[in-house]
Design a binder for this molecule. Structure first.
Ligand code: GCB
Length: 612
């Protein structure tokens, strides 16, 4: 169990925010052991005093910002720093808490304020924060200096896992040559990827809110729970406002049930004329501690909907839901994995243009800002943790499992209140046929269900149906396959037979609904041949069409979704199978459509009309 909540920072009558995005000072520690920064305590004084610094934008990956290959491929600690003027009011008002929050930094972070360590966090895709009130008040005359050291090294115990290889043969490699190996197919972008900010709350404050929703006939139900910190005798009041600002339900107490008459349910995009309906849950806290009085306000958007899985269907609000969507990445030119609003909005416009109703956050948790967009637009999400590339038997060990459980706790804690999130994915393509995989996935999935009993749990498999040891524990079977690509390359005609067999094997063994969670083919945009050859637009087109014909038979039985690999081209490590990255996008990395995008667009709109 984690200590406390991690509510998304929002301004209110009692809360203020100061964003720290923009230019930070930056230095990568190129010293031999990569530890010079710690040995020389670079956090103790302004970074520019201990060596050269460069400008680094936050949020962004650092890798593609300069022309330096050695920074692009850097392994180890990088140092970020900036000074901020904290509003003097915040510092002088002792009734306030001042919190420093990092949306995410990949992979391991240590944070100092004015030379004092305030936070440490493992994991590259989830937020962390620290109460910095005391440090900031220690000497209000000095400007606040924030230092963040980030290490991108991946080991067998990290998530995702990786290994560091020391290339000691001096006849082949320069001295001290190390290589980061990974078992996943995307570039290990690193740095401060999401917004950094300071925010305030009163000393007695709303620490966490949990909602679970349901409905019966026209009555919507919100089961809410508010946890408060800094007060023994909190008085909590909640008010639910509809979209027009009318109060539709109220309650007193830190937990309870709200009843909403003539409820507007949260519906997926294209399933309803008014998808993504959100109420606002206004939470109000009043607390008295001795002679001090505190008031805190926090507003949580809430969509009311239910999710349920049967042997053959995925039900949202008791109606069959068919996933016609995509797998994505957080990835773009220059920014790498850094949060970028123009890109986010463009991607949502492309999703809607496509008629996509869903995506999977392959292969790690995406920014909260993206999930908020999904809530508002009715885009359904399979929320995946960074459990990708678990291939080495040592990554099934106890230390790895323990960390994996913590990551699921952090993920559920962050994303539990999103209506758009309908299922958790605990891993992508692990070596689930290995002996320890059975107990590993049983433990992991059971734990996830204990954290959130309202959502189904899955992981994504590419194992053989007969040897996979994790599938007994999932609610929905998610299968990736690349017929006529990784298997039988060039042989488009094998797809119908092999895909049919795939579905029948999995269904007859488990009697659980199936999602085709990946399929696709690389296309170098603009490459054409007829008859089709691999890497051309024509080849991707036929792969898609052949898969679709089988989906159309099986979706009448138990196939409940199809997610193309991938929404857009994305960067990978350099290998002989990747031409400047993975080219299985139906859009290029610059978000221009390939032929496949038009095929999917026609199909998804048709599916929306038939199934929605
Ligand atoms: C997969 C992986 C995905 C890869 C994709 C590919 O099975 O899940 O991360 O990018 O195949 O293109 O090889």
């Amino acid at each position: 169990a984690l200590d406390g909540g991690i509510l998304y920072p929002r301004e209110s009558m009692s809360r203020e925010i100061k964003e720290l995005n923009g230019l930070w000072s930056f230095r990568a520690d190129f010293s031999r052991n990569r530890k010079l920064g710690f040995e020389k305590a670079w956090f103790k004084s302004p970074l520019a005093q201990t060596g050269p610094v460069i400008d680094m934008p936050v949020p962004a990956s650092f890798n593609d910002i300069t022309q330096e290959p050695r920074l692009r491929d850097f392994i180890g600690w990088v140092w970020y720093e900036r000074e901020v003027l904290v509003p003097p009011r915040w510092v002088s008002d002792e009734s306030l808490r001042i919190v420093l929050r990092v949306g995410s930094a990949h992979y391991y972070s240590v944070v100092w304020v004015n030379g004092e360590m305030v936070a440490e966090h493992e994991g590259g895709h989830l937020p962390f924060e620290a109460d910095v009130s005391r440090v900031l008040r220690a000497d209000p005359t000095v400007p606040c200096r924030i230092t963040v050291a980030v290490n991108n090294t991946l080991t067998l115990q990290t998530l995702p896992p990786g290994t560091i290889q020391h290339m000691d043969d001096l006849t082949k490699y320069p001295a001290n040559y190390i290589v980061q190996n990974t078992n996943f197919d995307f570039f290990n972008y690193a740095g401060i990827h999401r917004p950094v900010l300071l925010y305030t709350t009163p000393k007695a404050y709303i620490d966490d809110i949990t909602v679970e929703t349901s409905f019966a006939d026209n009555i919507g139900l919100i089961n809410y729970q508010v946890s408060v910190k800094g007060s023994q005798n909190p008085a909590v009041k909640v008010m639910l406002m509809d979209k027009d600002g009318h109060c539709v339900a109220t309650a007193n107490g830190s937990s309870g049930i709200l009843k909403i008459v003539d409820v507007n349910l949260w519906w997926p995009y294209l399933m309803h004329v008014n998808p993504g309906y959100l109420y606002s849950l206004e939470v109000q806290l009043k607390a008295v501690n001795g002679s001090s009085q505190y008031e805190d306000f926090y507003t949580l958007p809430v969509g009311i909907r239910t999710v349920q899985v049967t042997k053959t269907q995925f039900l949202i609000n008791n109606k069959p839901f068919y996933f016609h969507g995509v797998n994505k990445h957080e990835d773009s030119d220059v920014r790498g994995k850094g949060l970028d609003w123009p890109l986010i909005v463009k991607d949502f416009n492309l999703l809607k243009w496509l008629g996509a109703n869903s995506f999977r956050t392959s292969h790690y948790p995406y920014a909260e800002e993206i999930l908020q967009m999904c809530d508002r637009h009715g885009i359904v999400v399979i929320d995946e943790c960074p459990g990708v590339g678990i291939k080495d038997i040592r990554s099934f060990g106890n230390a790895s499992l323990a960390h994996h459980l913590v990551v699921m706790e952090e993920l559920v804690r962050r994303d539990k209140n999103h209506a758009s999130v309908v299922m958790w994915s605990v891993a992508n393509e692990p070596a689930s046929e290995m002996p320890p995989a059975g107990l590993y996935f049983k433990t992991l999935i059971t734990h996830t269900k204990s954290l959130d009993s309202s959502r189904p749990v899955t992981f994504i498999t590419d194992s053989n149906f007969d040897r996979d040891k994790g599938a007994p524990y999932v609610d929905v079977v998610c299968v990736n396959s690349y017929f006529s690509w990784y298997h039988d390359p060039g042989h488009l005609e094998v797809i119908p037979i092999q895909l049919n067999t795939q579905f029948e094997n999995w269904y007859s063994k488990y009697q659980k609904p199936i999602i085709q969670s990946e399929y696709g083919a690389d296309v170098v945009p603009g490459l054409h041949t007829d008859p089709p050859m691999m890497f051309t637009e024509e080849y991707q087109k036929i792969v898609l069409e052949n898969y679709h014909r089988v989906f159309d038979q099986k979706r009448k039985e138990y196939v409940i979704g199809e997610l193309i690999w991938n929404f857009a081209d994305f960067m990978t490590a350099q290998t002989i199978t990747r031409v400047v990255g993975n080219k299985k996008g139906i859009f290029s990395r610059q978000r221009q459509p390939k032929t496949g995008a038009f095929i999917l667009r026609e199909r998804y709109w048709k599916l929306a009309n038939e199934t929605g």
